[in-house]
Design a protein around this ligand. Structure first.
Ligand SMILES: *Cc1c(COP(=O)(O)O)cnc(C)c1O
Length: 396
């Protein structure tokens, strides 16, 4: 942490540069080096028998995980952070650390879709935990769904694919009044645009695979806990499950962290330009973008968030499947790819019929998610324009 032992008085961008670093411990080397370690040897038996001995075994913690976790705790404003090898394992570990057989949990309907499989197969079938999906726009109305055995309210804001913005403070307060823990997937904001813990959330988790990694070359997750006691519970669960991340991945995430806000500002500026242009296109019947007036939760986004990112959902006019195929295949700068938050633009088709329970998906047009990268937005717009011509040719 260089000469600033306490980063508290510094602004966010300064903290993002200084956090998770200790050059004085590494011969002045700016970035913490990857020190490959499974085995860590002890000086004597007393050290081995000391439960507080600093590093015991690679999987249980090492200088790199300390650096990564302290930087992420700093970013999210939490008391403790626990790294996990994927965003998905950050989600599963968070939930598993808080539930037991017979519990009921409230799951936002717009959750990252693969979580639905975990809810059905692991929570439901293996553990006997009941999962109830709720409308992301429910706000304080969540109170009506709380039961005696409700142990977790899970949020993702803005949600996956359709980006509804949740009233997090209202939900967190309702949960607190009933002694229920709240977990929020904060990947959309990367911890930069929104700090859930400041709004009363107990656990803010992220897929660092997205904006924090930022270069499409790492799968990594983090769980940030509001208080230290909860941090201990979650860390124990992470150890029980064995979900420790690789050092190389954490090193890449720390590298990504240094340019995080700079990249995100450009992603958002480029996306805003693309959105403005998309609004003029008759092929697009709806745009899903939290910074757009009229979007579900726009007012809450304005109240709670400091900006937007590079993700846009577009609903195309109803058209034959061939028109959608020709549109997508004609794009040169938007290859089809899962994931987002990297430097490059991507497109991912969304099939929500199986991913919505509280609000069944009834739209007939194709829903596409665009991840706007760091290319020149004029090139991106020109690419979309030529592909819309192909779309119109088939649609007639
Ligand atoms: C990608 C993603 C995840 C999962 O991250 P992985 O590293 O792929 O496991 C979780 N939540 C959200 C919102 C995501 O977009």
């Amino acid at each position: 942490m260089s000469k600033h032992k306490d980063l508290k008085g510094l602004k966010r961008d300064t903290r993002l540069v200084l956090s998770g670093r200790a050059p004085e411990s590494y011969f002045g080397i700016v970035n913490p080096p990857v020190a490959r370690a499974s085995t860590i040897i002890y000086p004597d038996l007393a050290a081995y028998e000391n439960p507080d001995h600093q590093y015991r075994y690679g999987r249980l913690g090492n200088p790199m995980s300390d650096a990564f976790e302290s930087a992420l705790a700093e970013l999210e404003g939490g008391a403790a952070a626990i790294g996990t090898q994927t965003g998905m394992s950050a989600i599963t570990t968070s939930i598993l650390s808080l539930v037991k057989t017979g519990d009921h949990i409230l799951m936002v309907d717009t959750v990252y879709p693969p979580v639905r499989g975990f809810c059905t197969n692991v929570l439901g079938r293996m553990m006997g935990v009941e999962v109830e999906y709720y409308d992301p726009c429910i706000g304080a109305g969540i109170k009506a769904l709380i039961r005696e055995n409700t142990s977790v309210i899970y949020m993702e804001s803005p949600g996956s694919a359709t980006f509804e913005v949740q009233d997090v403070p209202a939900i967190a307060q309702a949960a607190r009044e009933h002694g229920i823990k709240t977990v929020l997937d904060n990947t959309w904001s990367a911890g930069v645009l929104f700090r859930p813990i400041e709004h009363g959330v107990d656990i803010s988790l992220q897929s660092c695979t997205k904006y924090i990694g930022g270069h499409s070359d790492v799968n990594l997750g983090v769980i940030v806990c509001a208080d230290a006691a909860l941090g201990k519970t979650v860390r124990q669960c992470a150890h029980d499950l064995g979900v420790a991340p690789a050092q190389e991945d954490m090193a890449l995430a720390l590298r990504g962290l240094r340019t995080l806000t700079t990249r995100m500002k450009q992603n958002a500026a480029n996306a805003a330009k693309v959105v403005e242009w998309l609004q003029t296109r008759q092929e697009v019947t709806r745009i899903y973008y939290p910074a757009l007036e009229g979007h579900k939760g726009y007012e809450i986004w304005r109240r709670d968030f400091s900006g937007a990112n590079g993700l846009i959902g577009i609903l195309l006019q109803e058209a034959p499947a061939g028109a959608v195929h020709d549109f997508v295949n004609a794009l040169a700068l938007f290859p089809i790819g899962s994931s987002w938050g990297g430097y490059e633009s991507l497109l991912q088709p969304q099939y929500l019929a199986k991913c919505r329970a509280a609000n069944p998906w009834k739209e007939k047009g194709a829903l596409l998610r665009l991840q706007i990268g760091l290319e020149d937005p004029d090139d991106l717009i020109a690419d979309l324009a030529q592909a819309f011509e192909k779309f119109n040719k088939v649609r007639g």
